[in-house]
Design a protein around this ligand. Structure first.
Ligand SMILES: *Cc1c(COP(=O)(O)O)cnc(C)c1O
Length: 397
């Protein structure tokens, strides 16, 4: 745990139980700048806002990335509140006609269309506004995929147009008056940890787009390769090998047709997970039917990530020596600890059977890599507990 984070947590002990998200905006900027600067020509990095759309994070990211990817009218509003000019890509599987209309009025750079009806809705809105919308077709690829890739596309999902239906969708897009089809959107992975798999998948995308060009007699200008670069929550020392990806990316990009002028990445998790931590005070510890439990002020209603991914989230124990109670202070030693929250449901589990030398009521557990899909995806008001504090820190003040 870094010193600044520890200081933030320690400053809050001794009063109401600690419960907070802390975001290190300097660390965020350093990481994102390094990722963006490492990209070869033709590549752009957009931030997929659904991972975390907190205003201070967006403000820190706006000058560093090529733009934001939004998937709702609400996200579009947040993007525009931060920067009226920043390029915005508008996606999402079920857009309302009103959202499409607003997106066009707000001057989004491109829309990602997910169905034939959406193509019509976009064309209608654009025609009404006297403009032409730039559109990528989102495709759910048929496979087969290269051996090393995780087959997360090529199966039924609600996303995009099934590859079998692509010829008809392309013909339709080209016939509609209000839009210009400039390429394809191929996001088909989530939390991928293998650089090799990622490179193979990108090469596969390139070859697929080249094949479609021949098949449909079209020139593709833009390909969106999505996000899906992962964070290894199970082994923090074995993170995604981004340096390898950028080393080998130029060769992989040769698979894409030459005139593709732009290859868009739209990453969420990989950009912001590392800058956030969730710190919660241990309210009680107990040994129940042979299992060691720490019960914390907080839980999955604030940090649903471990329950949504069915993983045990890594944490550190911050020892707090102060104990302001006449009650004996309970502790567990050499515990095989399961960390649970304050909700009245056995599903409120943040970590399972983790060996810790000691944990006491009044200590604070700090869950790292909590900056993406943490607070954002959680059911905050279940059981009406108070919300955590959100601390955004930077040396700039
Ligand atoms: C969620 C999502 C992303 C971002 O995914 P990460 O795994 O966070 O990188 C990008 N594009 C689309 C279409 C998405 O739905």
């Amino acid at each position: 745990m870094d010193d600044r984070l520890e200081k933030i947590v320690r400053e809050r002990t001794g009063g109401e139980p600690v419960c907070l998200f802390a975001y290190d905006l300097d660390r965020l900027a350093e990481h994102v700048r390094a990722v963006v600067d490492s990209l070869p020509p033709r590549c752009r990095m957009f931030y997929a806002m659904k991972a975390n759309s907190a205003d201070p994070l967006l403000r820190a990211l706006a000058p560093l990335v090529d733009g934001f990817e939004v998937a709702s009218g609400g996200e579009l509003d947040k993007a525009r509140a931060v920067d009226a000019e920043i390029p915005v890509l508008f996606g999402g599987p079920a857009k309302t006609p009103a959202e499409i209309d607003r997106a066009l009025r707000c001057g989004v750079t491109r829309l990602h269309a997910e169905s034939a009806l959406e193509l019509h809705r976009i064309s209608e809105a654009a025609t009404r506004l006297g403009t032409t919308a730039e559109v990528l077709l989102r495709v759910n690829l048929a496979g087969p995929f290269p051996s090393a890739t995780l087959a997360m596309a090529g199966r039924p999902t609600q996303f995009g147009i099934s590859e079998q239906d692509l010829p008809a969708a392309v013909a339709r897009a080209r016939a509609l008056p209000g839009l210009r089809l400039t390429g394809f959107h191929l996001h088909s992975l989530s939390n991928n940890l293998s650089a090799e798999a990622h490179l193979e998948l990108l090469a596969h995308y390139g070859r697929t787009v080249a094949r479609w060009e021949a098949e449909f007699g079209m020139r593709c200008e833009v390909v969106n390769v999505g996000g899906g670069i992962g964070v290894n929550y199970a082994d923090l020392d074995a993170q995604f090998d981004w340096p390898r990806v950028v080393r080998e990316l130029p060769a992989v990009l040769d698979e894409f047709p030459e005139q593709v002028r732009e290859i868009d990445f739209e990453c969420g998790r990989y950009l912001v997970a590392g800058c956030g931590a969730y710190a919660v005070e241990v309210l009680d510890v107990k040994h129940n039917h042979g299992v060691d439990y720490a019960l914390v002020r907080g839980g999955t209603h604030q940090f649903r990530l471990p329950s949504s991914w069915q993983h045990s989230h890594p944490f550190d124990v911050l020892e707090v020596d102060e104990w302001n109670s006449s009650a004996p202070r309970p502790e567990l030693r050499d515990a095989l600890l399961t960390v649970v929250g304050e909700l009245c449901t056995p599903k409120d589990v943040l970590a399972s059977e983790v060996r810790v030398p000691r944990v006491r009521a009044g200590d604070v557990l700090v869950f790292g890599h909590a900056g993406a899909y943490g607070w954002e995806i959680s059911h905050h008001d279940f059981l009406s507990h108070p919300h955590p504090e959100h601390v955004f820190h930077t040396d700039a003040g």
